[in-house]
Ligand binder design. Structure first.
Ligand SMILES: C[S@@+](CC[C@H](N)C(=O)[O-])C[C@H]1O[C@@H](n2cnc3c(N)ncnc32)[C@H](O)[C@@H]1O
Ligand SMILES: O=C(O)C(=O)C[C@]1(C(=O)O)C=C[C@@H](O)C=C1
Length: 255
């Protein structure tokens, strides 16, 4: 399988390593953008499987003359996965992120890439843009950064923008209602970070920085929201510890 996550520079993430690391809330700033490929691979179990699989999913659902959205695109890993797997005529990728440092670097990676599908890159808030008819929408670890009260309206708008039978891929860090399950999977996630070489200090600083910035919800809450937004088939297609990816399909047109 084509792995677009391997295309990026691999400067090592040391954002929370130095004595001078700040205690401010987590932000997608220049320091994070510079090390992001390394940071996300070493922080999110399953990321290097999910990204190329979104390419595979997009290839099945993409329709001619529609948009393929990559919302919260960061450096464009999902856009590049879709670009190298989707073959339909007239499809175009729209990649959106509201962090200027991410968008600037993403532009560079897209320019270096030799894929054929056009990619339009926008520095914007995904809550504010107008959505064109789309056959595929990816929210790969992005919705978790929106205030929970803004999530319903966005998903309803995305379901409206999808063409009949179109697909939304929603990947999220999740929380579990069962306290024992929550603590087991959270502890294993911390073990995953340790196994990736993060120190106890880095792990605890980042954990504090993400508090109130990354707000995980349960799989049941995501499922209910997707169904309330109008999605017909909602399938958990990937789980690695407390990180999941859900495929939600818009209704087919009624005759
Ligand atoms: C964890 S990263 C996404 C990773 C990326 N999708 C990938 O697969 O490599 C979350 C991204 O969402 C962006 N983001 C968060 N809130 C946003 C918003 N309201 N509008 C646009 N982008 C947003 C952040 O700037 C960040 O780049
Ligand atoms: O939950 C954590 O500890 C994480 O580091 C997760 C996470 C994410 O899911 O987006 C948080 C910020 C960075 O973008 C990379 C990974």
């Amino acid at each position: 399988m084509n792995d677009p996550t391997g295309r990026f520079d691999t400067e090592t993430d040391a954002v929370y390593a130095g004595a001078s690391a700040s205690d401010d809330p987590f932000r997608f700033d220049e320091a994070v953008a510079r090390v992001f490929p390394d940071m996300i691979r070493r922080s999110v179990p399953g990321y290097t499987t999910i990204v190329p699989m979104i390419g595979v999913i997009a290839a099945r659902f993409a329709r001619p003359d529609t948009a393929l959205y990559d919302l919260g695109c960061s450096l464009g890993a999902v856009s590049l996965a879709m670009r190298h797997s989707v073959k339909v005529h007239g499809a175009r990728i729209v990649a959106v992120d509201n962090a200027a440092s991410m968008v600037e670097r993403c532009r560079h990676y897209i320019a270096l890439d030799d894929g054929q599908l056009p990619v339009a890159l926008q520095c914007a808030d995904i809550r504010d843009i107008d959505y064109q008819p789309a056959s595929v929408v990816a929210l790969n670890f992005t919705l978790q950064f929106l205030p929970p009260e803004d999530r319903d309206a966005l998903l309803a708008r995305l379901c409206q923008a999808l063409t009949p039978g179109g697909a939304l891929v929603l990947s999220e860090k999740v929380a579990f209602a069962d306290a024992a399950e929550q603590s087991l999977l959270e502890e294993l996630h911390l073990d995953f970070k340790r196994a990736q070489g993060y120190s106890e200090m880095e792990i605890s600083r980042k954990r504090n920085a993400l508090e109130e910035v990354l707000i995980p919800e349960s799989i049941a809450t995501h499922r209910q929201r997707l169904e309330a937004a109008g999605f017909e088939q909602v399938t958990l297609w990937h789980q690695s510890l407390n990180f999941v990816s859900i495929l939600a399909i818009a209704p087919e047109a009624t005759a």
